[in-house]
Design a protein around this ligand. Sequence first.
Ligand code: GLV
Ligand code: MG
Length: 325
Amino acid sequence: MSFFSIEQAPARLNRSELAVPGSQPQMFEKAARSDVDVIFLDLEDAVAPDEKEQARKNIIQALNEIDWGNKTMSIRINGLDTHYMYRDVVDIVEQAGQHLDLIMIPKVGTAADVYAIDMLVTQIEDARGYRKRIGFEHIIETALGMQNVNEIAAASKRNESLHFGVADYAASTRARTTIIGGVNPDYSVLTDPLADSSREVHWGDMWHYALARMVVAARANGLRPIDGPFGDFQDADGYRAAAKRAAVLGCEGKWAIHPSQIALANEVMSPSDAEIIKARRILEAMTEAEANGKGAVSLDGRLIDYASIRQAEVMFEKAQQISGI
Ligand code: GLV
Ligand code: MG
């Protein structure tokens, strides 16, 4: 291990994160009763310009009046390049800040963007005498944001998570994409001719590099990496596949842009019973190995060592968080 120690963001369950437009208050109660871990009430891209002001009012009322249970509550403010942003922060944090856990900052481009919002939120919290500090979630969804992802991840003590905003990322990088968060058959390779001289097309994941880069920046700074939207909410298999490949890379959650995606995200992002049993066996085998003065031991024909213990411990921590819901 490095001598440098990584401070971990507060441990929150973030398997699923539901987007709810602030301009659609009729959706709020249903969201509050759902099984989602985190809800972000949106002021940005799901809200038309002439509805922004009313959406802000709806959100203030909803944060103050609705019983959201044990859900983590967030708001997605407008971008720093708009004049809506300062009022989003000032009005909502002043009038409902004690019910807000997180602020989601879209299209963040530089560490200075984070600093600016941190300054604003700090002043409001201090003026209001709030004890609880509001955390930040950042959507990495522009070429600039990806270029500066490490600095953004390290820019504030409030930072909790990085989210891959695949739709805007595609627009910003001018990627050729069809479905939000889906794949493109043109991102593929042809095999060499097989025995019968045919050739197979192997599709690739065009988002792999971006997602992997964001995961590393998040983990190196103790933050949660979260995968963003999957647009086709009729395609449960497509969603599951996208969530699984994000989980395999280290993401611990995925957005739901429709309530039907919540259960899928929770399912994929929770450790399975088999994984928990395996983790328990690894921990038991290592305890026994240590008692016999060994640093590594074999289990089911495979070597396990201290790295296996750390993985098993992470799995256990997650299982405990889930059972404590
Ligand atoms: C999310 O905001 C996205 O652009 O994908
Ligand atoms: Mg976006």
